[in-house]
Design a binder for this molecule. Sequence first.
Ligand code: ASP
Length: 765
Amino acid sequence: MKAAAVVLFSLIGISSVQATEGMWIPALLKAVEGDMQDMGLKLTAEDIYSINRSSLKDAIVQFGGGCTASVISDQGLLLTNHHCGYGQIQSHSSLERDILKNGFWAMSMEEELTNPGLTAMFIVRIEDVTESIQSARMEGDDAEKAMRESLTAAATEGTDYDAVVRDFLYGNQQFLIVTRTFKDVRLVGAPPSSIGKFGGDTDNWVWPRHTGDFSLFRIYSAPDGSPAEPSEENVPLDPAHHLPVSVHGVDEGDFTMVFGFPGRTERYIPSAQVEHLIDELNPTRIGMRTASLEVINAAMLADDGTRIAYAAKQSRIANAWKKWIGQNEGLIDFGTVTEKRQAQVELAKAIRSQGLDEYSTVVGDLAKDFEALKPYLEARSLFIEWFYYGPEILRWAAEAGDIFEMAGDKSVADSTFDARAAEVLSAAEGFYPDYRNTVDEGVFAAVFPLYMEAMPEGFAPAVAQSAWEGGKGDPKAIAADLYGGSILDDGTEFMALLEARDRKGLKKRADDALITWARETSDSYWVKVREEYGKRQGAMDENMGRYLQALGKVYPDSTFWPDANSTLRLTYGRMEGSEPRDAVSYKPFSTARGVLDKYVPGDAEFDLPEELVAKLRAEEYGPYADADGNLRVCFLGSNHTTGGNSGSPAINATGDLVGLNFDRTWESTMSDVRFDADRCRNIMVDMRYVLWVTDIYAGATHLVQEMTLTERDPDNVGPNWRPFGTGTGMGRGYEQDEQELRDEFRRRSMERMQERRQRMEAGGN
Ligand code: ASP
């Protein structure tokens, strides 16, 4: 029987964290409401998250499992990043219709593009179930499991909801999260990559930034408003809330909050683990990805078809690669290892002096836990790098390889074989068009030696080990041998055999070294690494839970925000720049001037569409210019974000959408482990640039008209201003407010257009 963990984490005060550090659970915002209001927020915690009426949370979705998006019209229009919709944009692209390159704008709903498998998940409610779970835990694992099941069953019975009980703060807190997932999410608009990915890898994680990293989708529901598989019967979603879009914009010092699904942070890991991250893990992973990117980048530059085929794959590899480089620099610069070590010593001393005997070994235990975990952590990370981010053929062979065995297995009925052959064929039709065997073989040869050298003793799969030793370290020869001898290398013959359901032909090719490699690589991971890794990580997590309890006891007035775990969180700060390095000062926003300054015609990363250049040169900003006549492009904030916050809305003090989160500055990438309020800044696209690109550059004015634009100035709404009506659903008061805002915006736009025209006629630009 386990002892119940003591729940110590009441959210009182936020003295231990720096003002803007933390990713807060929406259901517990009361604790930070005062702080947010002191910083300028005009809403209440209930306006942001409510289960009794519509609130901001009803406009936020987890997009496709890994990103965030927000609902920005009363017809389910969704805003997310270009890099979040990248896979879908790519999947609709071909050499004939290159929407990656040229962009895409559906001029009517009929033109919107379906994306099977893409989902948008809303949060219905988040409920603290710590007490129920922890008292069940007192009775043992089975009772805890049963409690989790009964809570989720009760939450979903008779509904189209899903539910899960998630652990927070290393098992010290549990929340029941009830969700509703829509499955018909269509592509509505995407700028050309030269806008959406402007600056490419060079500018990724970098400030100053000039990227219009946005794309538009739309959620469809069944006619009765419920989630449904993609179908022509479906209708645009009528959401419980959509965010008004601010044309007033945001200025230095203004309150901002970012609402979304941050993926993973490691705020509390011990010093030894940070040291390992800096000295071992990051350098190895960076090295492996550098090697594969060299091969892929060269191939993409040399051939347009390869550029399209590898676009999403290249971005996936390059993104974390560059982040880790910045993360290491930041963690070293801040002396994070020493800082953590000192904090651990302090804690251990305080535990002793306060007589908290049950925690007397916790700091030492964690150090031992990490030592025991280390080889497994390395083997696991290297497996991920090699198998999921290295050569694709291994993954593909693991996915498709069973068809060869089935072909030769007499106990498998023809009908079963045929069904599987059809499945593999359809997967092959998805795989091969985006696969280039010479590129993949090059990646294999470049990454394999790094993988083998870094793998801790005894963990490499046997086939890899013997090829490595037998090949005397000649990775090119090993790769040539493997790829040259495999039917999977070039899909033609393989697909023909599948098409013909040719059991004999497939059986003859069953003796394929690549298939053995793939199987052994994945099997050896599951057998030698995964299970033991899970046990050791589990043991360490339990002690991490005790460590956090000890922190709570020693520092009872402090708050310890729970690490990100892909659940909905709110983070808040201000629009502000920073001085991240000696003599370097980051201004808080960038403008269209910088887009033109960076423009390099014909360059793979800094080229721009001609019409965009012309319109920016003519300063054709329409109603989207700021008070000084500039078109703002991106801005910085002190909101604590991480991966998964990509696509999250940046919302101002009155609940209006002012920006779209998409990145952090290079110096901030350490913030998953160590946040610094003076240094760490997230990067957002200014909504006025999103509107400008959609309306004035692309001419998709109907989409802007569909939104609820507002010129509302949060500083001038008055003390009694309320955004939401009091009833359930969208309250009357709010609807009236919206209509006024729409009218006001139209009037102001006309005025500005006229002013501009007069200036131009008078000889201005
Ligand atoms: N650009 C980031 C990402 O790729 C967002 C972040 O980590 O701040 O997820």
